[in-house]
Design a protein around this ligand. Sequence first.
Ligand code: HEM
Length: 52
Amino acid sequence: MRAVLPIEAYLYNQLKAFRAGRRPHQDMRYMSRHMSEDEMKSLSAYYAQLPR
Ligand code: HEM
């Protein structure tokens, strides 16, 4: 099992919040509304490993 970075967990939870409408934002609700769990996990893992 690979360790999940805190930033990755944060991004994943934000995507879930946008999709559920718990974090109000029109563009992000639109972007996240059809994302599957796996897609949200993969996107979060990808953005989390980008250099900051
Ligand atoms: C697959 C594509 C995308 C992913 C995975 C994504 C992911 C995210 C995440 C995780 C956040 C929360 C960041 C945080 O809390 O620090 C966020 C915020 C935001 N995203 Fe996206 N995003 C995507 C595409 C877009 C697009 C296309 C737009 C604009 C049309 C956009 C506009 C924004 C804006 C304006 C915010 C800030 C929302 C706020 O102030 O609450 N994103 N995005």
